[in-house]
Design a binder for this molecule. Structure first.
Ligand SMILES: Cc1ncc(COP(=O)(O)O)c(C=O)c1O
Length: 402
C-alpha cells in the first residue's frame, strides 16, 4: 500500500493574480533579465558555465571593490555565506570578537560559538552604531584572531558607520575582519581592499536584486593564507572553502552548482556594473532619504536616530493604536504591496535595496502605507507625505547628482 497522493492546490490558485510589490527587508523585486536567466538550466561543468563563472568573479571584484582571487559562490542563503566565512577562518579555541547590533550580527557570534571559538560579544546599545574606542579597548583586552561585524543590521535598521575605522584598528591588532554586507552591498560604499576586510559576505536577494539562495563570499589573500595553512579537516563539507575553490577556480567538481541561480546572479551583477557603483549609491541615497522625509512628513517617526540610521532598510515606529501585523496584511491584500514587520522592536520596515529604490515603487509604497494606516484608524497626513516625497526626490537629485 502506498501512502495516498496528497490533495494539492495548483500554484495559480495560491499565488496572487499579479505579483506583489516586494518592499520589505528582502527578498526584493528582480529585474526581468534576472528572472529570465533564473529559468535556464545548463551543464554546471561545461565551457559555457566556466565562462559565466569567470564573468561572475570579475564583476564581483568590482562590486566588492577587491582584487581578490578568492571569491566563492555558495549554494545557500546569506547565512550559509556567513557560516562559510566563520567556519573557514575560525578554529576551535580561537578568540573572536563579535560586534552585535542585533539579530543578524549576533548570528555571526552564534556561528563562531558553534565553531568552538572563545567568543567575546560587544553588545552595542540599541539604536547606536559600534563605538570605535570601545572596539579599540576590546581588541587590546582580548587580542582576538577574528572580528565579526555587520555593515547594516537589517533587523533594527542600524548602520555601523565606523566600519572603515574599525577594520583599520583590527588590522593594527593583526585581527582578521569578517563583514556581513548582506543588505548593504551595492547600496552604499564598501571597499574591501581599501578598508582591509578579510571576508565580505553578501546574499543575492537584497542590494543585488537577484534571487535568494545563491550567495557570495570574498576572502582576502591573508584570509586565504589562513585557510590554506589549516591542517585540520573542516566539519562542514559543503562550506569548505578549499573544496569550493575546486569549482570556482579550477573548473572542477565540488557539488552541482545552482546553475540557474548563478545565471541570475550574473545578470544582477551585470546590471550593477552597467549602472556603475557611484550612480547606484546615489540612487539608493536619494530614494532612501526622500522616503524617510516622506514618512516623517506624514506625521510618523523613524526608529533609529539619524547618525546611526541605515538607509538600505528604513525602520518606522508603529503608532500605539495600531497592530503591525494588521497593517502589513491590509497593505498586502488591498494594495498588493508587501513591507516587513520586525524581529523585536515595534517597527515596520521598508526596504531600499536594488529595484526597491525606484521613484515609481516609492510612490506606490508610500500611498499604500499611508492609505492603509488611515483605513486602520491612524491619522496620518498622506497628501503631505506624497508631496514631500516628490519635492525631496527633486531636491536631493539636484544636491547629490549636481
Ligand atoms: C544583515 C543580514 N545578514 C544576514 C542575513 C541572512 O541572510 P539569509 O536570510 O539569506 O540567510 C540577512 C537577512 O535578512 C541580513 O539582513
Amino acid at each position: 500500500m502506498y501512502i495516498q497522493v496528497p490533495n494539492i492546490v495548483p500554484l495559480d490558485n495560491i499565488l496572487p493574480d499579479e505579483p506583489l510589490l516586494m518592499m520589505g527587508a528582502g527578498p526584493v523585486p528582480i529585474p526581468a533579465k534576472v528572472a529570465s536567466a533564473n529559468s535556464i538550466v545548463i551543464n554546471h561543468l561545461g565551457n559555457t558555465m566556466a565562462q559565466i563563472i569567470e564573468q561572475v568573479k570579475a564583476m564581483a571584484k568590482y562590486v566588492f571593490q577587491t582584487e581578490s582571487q578568492h571569491i566563492l559562490g555558495v549554494a545557500g542563503p546569506g547565512s550559509a555565506a556567513m557560516e562559510m566565512a566563520v567556519v573557514n577562518l575560525v578554529q576551535p579555541g580561537d578568540k573572536v570578537l563579535s560586534i552585535s547590533n542585533g539579530f543578524f550580527s549576533s548570528r555571526l557570534a552564534d556561528m563562531a560559538k558553534r565553531a568552538d571559538a572563545d567568543v567575546h560579544v560587544y553588545q552595542v546599545p540599541n539604536g547606536e552604531y559600534a563605538d570605535v574606542s570601545a572596539v579599540r579597548a576590546l581588541l587590546e583586552q582580548h587580542q582576538p584572531k577574528v572580528l565579526t561585524i555587520v555593515q547594516g543590521e537589517t533587523s533594527n535598521t542600524v548602520y555601523n558607520r565606523s566600519l572603515p575605522e574599525i577594520c583599520q584598528l583590527a588590522k593594527a591588532h593583526n585581527c582578521l575582519v569578517i563583514v556581513d554586507a548582506v543588505c548593504t552591498l551595492s547600496t552604499m560604499p564598501l571597499e574591501m581592499d581599501k578598508w582591509n576586510i578579510d571576508a565580505v559576505i553578501t546574499g543575492g536577494q537584497k542590494g543585488l536584486s537577484s534571487i535568494p539562495g545563491v550567495s557570495l563570499v570574498a576572502f582576502s589573500d591573508l584570509a586565504w593564507q589562513v585557510i590554506s595553512e589549516r591542517q585540520d579537516t573542516l566539519r562542514h563539507w559543503c562550506l569548505d572553502a578549499k573544496l569550493a575553490d575546486q569549482f570556482w577556480y579550477k573548473k572542477s567538481y565540488h557539488y552541482t552548482a545552482p546553475v540557474s541561480g548563478i545565471l541570475a546572479l550574473h545578470e544582477a551583477l551585470r546590471l550593477v556594473c552597467n549602472e556603475t557603483l557611484p550612480k547606484r549609491f546615489e540612487r539608493h541615497l536619494i530614494c532612501s532619504l526622500a522616503l524617510q522625509a516622506s514618512i516623517e512628513a506624514m506625521g510618523l517617526s523613524l526608529y533609529v536616530p539619524q547618525q546611526a540610521r541605515l538607509n538600505s532598510v528604513v525602520g518606522i515606529n508603529v503608532p500605539a493604536e495600531l497592530n503591525a501585523m494588521e497593517l502589513l496584511n491590509f497593505m498586502s491584500a488591498t494594495y498588493k504591496v508587501e513591507i516587513s514587520g520586525s524581529f523585536g522592536p515595534n517597527i515596520v520596515r521598508i526596504g531600499q535595496m536594488g529595484e526597491q529604490s525606484r521613484a515609481h515603487n516609492l510612490f506606490r509604497t508610500v500611498h499604500a502605507f499611508g492609505s492603509s494606516m488611515k483605513a486602520l484608524g491612524v491619522n496620518v497626513d498622506l497628501p503631505n507625505g506624497v508631496a514631500v516625497l516628490e519635492s525631496q526626490l527633486q531636491q536631493l537629485s539636484k544636491q547629490i547628482r549636481g
